[in-house]
Ligand binder design. Structure first.
Ligand code: R5P
Length: 290
């Protein structure tokens, strides 16, 4: 019948070797389709289950943030040293070289500037454009307890629906209003809501008390947001404590790009996240590379 198969070689079906069923390394992600899993495997290192994502999306609401004045000069050279870049599509198209093979996670919400109520966001990118840009994922702010809580949750669920259609994971970023208490109880609430409503990744802040309960009660991977610039040892310690407390990595910005030596800082964070390097050793590494 198959006349095109003219090889004289005997066929080798290895019938005694059962086909392997592959599990999936990432928390809560075993039931997704192939495309979604493949994109998650680009964002998170399948060997460690963790990521060092570099967040440089700050301009979408606060303009040329310190350290991000010239992304072409200050950030593009850092791209080889991170696992994924979190940026806007404007920056991606205008300054990120298209021959980069790093996974790009694109900011997909926006609207208000720092001059206005920040929770008043809308979806700011079509899923079609994320696909056109070969995004590995997209990110959106969710303002639990904020003035426009319901809309921001609805923005996220609409993107989750679109992402599921095309296999693109959505990272929900738990945004905390200025006057709100940043404690484990709040982050448990915010992270769990995002995961329950379909986010494949949740980005949230580290808290010293009860962070393990935040990660334990969130059924999908949590990545730690960095927050304002602090001393290198403190930032390395925070990243260390977060991954030891169950985070699947970090999505840090200012503590990397506002450091005196961003590549050295990225390298040190990489060791902390992927190799469980202790903070004093990571600081020594940072100092030696700096
Ligand atoms: C979140 O709202 C921002 O857009 C950043 O992605 C996030 O805050 C992480 O950056 P940083 O480590 O500077 O806080």
């Amino acid at each position: 019948m198959p006349e095109a198969d003219v090889s004289k070689k005997n066929k080798d079906y290895q019938a005694n070797v059962p086909q392997e069923n592959h599990g999936f390394f990432l928390k809560g992600s075993g039931n997704y389709d192939w495309g979604m899993k493949n994109r998650l495997s680009r964002i998170f290192n399948p060997k460690t289950g963790r990521t060092v994502m570099l967040a440089v999306d700050h301009g979408y609401f606060q303009g040329p943030t310190t350290g991000l004045e010239r992304i072409d000069l200050n950030i593009v050279p850092l791209i080889p040293d991170c696992d994924a870049l979190f940026c806007t599509r404007g920056i991606l198209r205008s300054v990120v070289p298209a021959d980069s093979t790093k996974p790009m996670v694109l900011r997909a919400s926006g609207g208000p500037s720092i001059l206005k109520e920040l929770s008043d966001e809308q979806i700011a990118m079509d899923m079609e454009d994320a696909i056109r840009l070969n995004a590995a994922g997209i990110g959106i702010q969710v303002f639990i307890g904020g003035e426009h809580e319901t809309r921001s949750v609805h923005n996220m669920t609409r993107l989750v629906d679109a992402g599921l259609r095309y296999g693109i994971p959505v990272m929900a970023v738990t945004a905390v209003g200025k006057d709100m208490v940043r404690d484990a109880r709040y982050f448990q609430l915010a992270c769990r809501i995002c995961a329950e409503l379909g986010a494949q990744i949740v980005k949230t802040y580290y808290v010293e008390e009860g962070f393990e309960e935040v990660t334990a009660s969130c059924p999908v991977p949590i990545v730690m947001a960095g927050g304002k610039k602090i001393a290198e040892l403190d930032a390395l310690t925070m990243a260390y404590n977060a991954v030891q407390g169950g985070a699947s990595g970090v999505d840090m910005g200012r503590n990397i790009f506002q450091s005196d030596a961003p590549i050295a800082m990225l390298t040190a964070i990489h060791k902390v996240v992927h190799e469980n390097m202790k903070p004093p050793d990571a600081l020594a590494l940072f100092e030696s590379l700096k």
